[in-house]
Design a protein around this ligand. Structure first.
Ligand code: ARG
Length: 580
C-alpha cells in the first residue's frame, strides 16, 4: 500500500476496531493533509457522539492503539492536538522506502488488476450525414481516456463506436447520392460536409414528390438489405467514416475501423428483440406501438412512460437498437461492465434502457451498466457552442485552429519548422483534450481557446510544459532519467511533500477507473506539477555546490516525477512533447 492516505486509513481503522470494537473498523477516519503534520485524522470528533465520550479522550485512545503495537510499530508519529485532532507524521524511512520502490517500478506504483474484467465502452458515436459536433468530440475524448486507463490496469477493453448509420433518413441520403453522382458525394462526405449533404437531400425530400417517393422506396430496400442498396449505403458510409477517422487521427484517439459497431449492425435482430420481449410479456402494445414500461417512470400527468421499441407503423427506433445493443454486449461480448459515454441529455433514455434490460434478464445483476453523462460544451454566450455565424462548428477546422493558435503560444522559441509543427500539434491537441478532461464529465464548460491554451493554471499546455521542463533538467545534467539511482533522501519539506504526492499516483489511477473520473487524475497531475515547482524552486539539483548524494537523490525525484507525469498524461491521451 504505497498511497500514504490509504496506508494511514487502514492503520486508523485497525486502531478503531481494537479500541471500540469491530463495528468501527470501517468508519471513515477522515484523513486530510494537514498544516501541522503530514496528515490529520478527524475521526475522533465524529465518533465522540456515538461513543458518548469527549473527542479528545477518544483521540487519545486511538493514538494509544495506533502506536502501541509492538509487532507492527506505527511508521511515524502520532500526536493529539486541539479538541481532538490526530496529527499523523510518517517517518522518513517509511516514505523513502515506498518512494524508492516506485522509482524503480516501470508502472510507477500503478497496480495490475488481480481479476481483470471485460469492459465495453460505447463512445464517440457520431451520426452520419450530420456534422460530428463538439459534443461528440467530448464523448470521444472522455471515452478514450477511460479505455486507456482500463487497459493499463489490465482489463479487457472492447471499444464500441455506435455510429448513427441507419434509419429512415438513409433512404433520401442514398437517392441524393444517385442524383449528384458517387464521386461528388464521396468528395463532399470525406471533406466533412455531411450537414450540407443532408440539407440538400432534405430540401428535395420536402419539395419534390418524385424524390420523396424514391426515398421512401429506398428505405424499404435498405431495411431488406437488398444488395444494390447496400452497395450505395457502403459508399456513403465509407466516405463518412474516412472523415471521422481524420478527426480521430488528428486527436490521437485510439478508435479504429475495428471498433465500429454502428446501429446498422443490429438491423437483423430488431424484429427478434421485439418478438421476444412481446412474447415474454415484457413489452406490450400501447396505441399500436410496442413498448416496455419500466416501473418508476411517469410523465407530467402521472401516466407511465414507455420505452418504445416498435412504432405503430412497424418501424424501429433508438430504443430498439439500444435493447439489442445491451443484449449483444452481455451475451456475446461477455461484458462485466458497460460504460455508455453519451450526452447527459440522454439520461432518461439510458436509464429506461437499463431498467428495461434488467426486466428482460438481459442485464444481470452482476453486470454494471453505467451512463457516463457528458455535459454540454458551451460558447462564450453560454449557449451551445457554435461558430460566429451560428453554424455548428466543423471539427477539423476547430482542431486546425487549435494548432495554429498553439504555434503562437510557442512562437518565441527557437525551433525549425518541422519541430515547431510537431510541438504545435501536441500542444493544440493537448489543450483541447485536457479542457474536456479536467472538468468533471457531467458538468458543462465554456469552450475558450485562450483559457485552454494558457501556459499557467490547470491546462494541458501547463502540464506538458512541466514535464518538458523536467526533461530539460536531464539534458542539461547530461544524464537520462533511467540512469538515476538515488538513494532518495528527504531533507527539505518540499522534497517530502513531493514524495508523498508521487506515492498517490497508483490509487488516483484506480479511482479514475472505478468512478470514470478523468478529472481526478487531471487535478492530481496539476497538484503534482505544483509540488514539483515548489521542490524545484527550493531544492537546487544541478548547481555546482550541491553535494553528489543530494544531487543523486533529487535527480531520482525528478525522474520519478517525470515518469508519473508522462504516464498520467498518457492515460488521459494528452500528448507529451519532448520540448516546448
Ligand atoms: N449517435 C448518438 C448521438 O449522437 C449516440 C449513440 C450513443 N450510444 C448508444 N448506444 N445509444 O447522440
Amino acid at each position: 500500500m504505497t498511497d500514504p492516505q490509504f496506508a494511514l486509513t487502514e492503520r486508523v481503522q485497525q486502531a478503531l476496531a481494537a479500541a471500540f470494537g469491530a463495528e468501527y473498523s470501517d468508519a471513515d477516519p477522515l484523513i486530510r493533509p494537514s498544516q501541522f503534520a503530514d496528515y490529520q485524522a478527524n475521526v475522533a470528533m465524529s465518533l465522540s457522539k456515538r461513543l458518548r465520550r469527549a473527542p479528545r479522550e477518544v483521540a487519545q485512545e486511538i493514538a494509544e492503539h495506533l502506536t502501541g503495537r509492538a509487532d507492527d510499530p506505527f511508521p511515524g508519529t502520532v500526536e493529539v492536538s486541539g479538541p481532538g485532532f490526530l496529527n499523523l507524521t510518517l517517518s522518513d524511512d517509511w516514505i523513502t522506502a515506498q518512494v524508492s520502490e516506485i522509482h524503480t517500478d516501470p508502472r510507477a506504483g500503478v497496480g495490475v488488476s488481480a481479476s481483470p474484467q471485460t469492459i465495453v465502452i460505447d463512445y464517440s458515436a457520431p451520426n452520419a450525414a450530420k456534422e460530428m459536433h463538439v459534443g461528440h468530440l467530448r464523448t470521444t475524448i472522455v471515452g478514450d481516456a477511460l479505455a486507456r486507463v482500463h487497459e493499463h490496469l489490465g482489463n479487457r477493453v472492447i471499444r464500441q463506436n455506435h455510429l448513427g448509420d441507419w434509419g429512415t433518413p438513409f433512404g433520401m441520403l442514398i437517392e441524393h447520392l444517385l442524383d449528384i453522382g458517387e464521386e461528388a458525394a464521396v468528395a463532399q462526405l470525406e471533406a466533412g460536409e455531411g450537414n450540407a449533404y443532408y440539407q440538400a437531400a432534405r430540401v428535395k425530400f420536402d419539395t419534390d414528390p418524385e424524390f420523396n417517393r424514391r426515398a421512401r422506396t429506398r428505405v424499404v430496400t435498405l431495411q431488406a438489405e437488398e444488395p444494390e442498396t447496400m452497395r450505395l449505403w457502403h459508399i456513403f458510409m465509407d466516405a463518412t467514416v474516412r472523415y471521422f477517422n481524420k478527426v480521430y487521427v488528428q486527436l490521437g484517439v485510439t478508435l479504429t475501423n475495428e471498433d465500429i459497431a454502428g446501429e446498422s449492425m443490429y438491423n437483423h435482430v430488431l424484429a427478434q428483440v421485439c418478438d421476444e420481449l412481446q412474447e415474454r410479456g415484457i413489452a406490450v402494445l400501447s396505441d399500436g406501438a410496442l413498448c416496455v414500461f419500466p416501473p418508476g417512470y411517469t410523465g407530467r400527468e402521472g401516466q407511465p412512460l414507455p420505452l418504445m421499441i416498435r412504432k405503430s407503423d412497424g418501424g424501429y427506433g433508438y430504443g430498439t437498437t439500444d435493447m439489442a445493443t445491451i443484449r449483444y454486449r452481455v451475451q456475446d461480448l461477455k461484458a462485466d461492465r458497460i460504460l455508455y459515454v453519451i450526452g447527459a441529455t440522454q439520461a432518461l433514455h439510458m436509464s429506461m434502457v437499463f431498467d428495461s434490460a434488467r426486466m428482460a434478464g438481459w442485464l444481470p445483476d452482476h453486470v454494471r451498466a453505467e451512463h457516463i453523462q457528458i455535459g454540454s460544451v458551451l460558447g462564450s454566450d453560454g449557449k451551445m457552442f457554435k461558430t460566429r455565424s451560428g453554424q455548428s462548428v466543423k471539427l477539423l477546422e476547430l482542431l486546425d485552429e487549435a494548432e495554429t493558435r498553439a504555434a503562437g503560444v510557442i512562437q518565441d522559441r527557437e525551433y525549425d519548422d518541422a519541430e515547431r509543427e510537431k510541438i504545435a500539434h501536441a500542444v493544440g491537441m493537448g489543450a483541447v483534450k485536457y479542457a474536456d478532461l479536467s472538468v468533471s464529465h457531467d458538468s458543462e464548460y465554456v469552450f475558450d481557446f485562450d483559457r485552454m491554451l494558457a501556459l499557467t493554471g490547470n491546462t494541458g499546455p501547463y502540464l506538458q510544459y512541466a514535464q518538458a521542463r523536467i526533461r530539460s533538467i536531464f539534458r542539461r545534467g547530461g544524464v537520462t532519467p533511467a540512469e538515476t539511482t538515488g538513494p532518495i533522501v528527504l531533507g527539505h519539506p518540499a522534497e517530502r511533500a513531493l514524495a508523498l504526492q508521487l506515492l498517490r499516483f497508483g490509487s488516483v489511477v484506480e479511482e479514475m477507473a472505478e468512478n470514470s473520473a478523468p478529472h481526478k487524475l487531471a487535478s492530481y497531475l496539476f497538484d503534482t506539477a505544483s509540488a514539483f515547482t515548489t521542490f524545484f524552486e527550493n531544492c537546487p539539483v544541478l548547481k555546482d555546490d550541491v553535494e553528489a548524494a543530494t544531487r543523486a537523490s533529487r535527480l531520482a525525484l525528478c525522474a520519478l516525477t517525470l515518469k508519473v507525469m508522462e504516464a498520467g498524461l498518457g492515460l488521459l491521451g494528452v500528448p507529451v512533447p519532448e520540448r516546448m
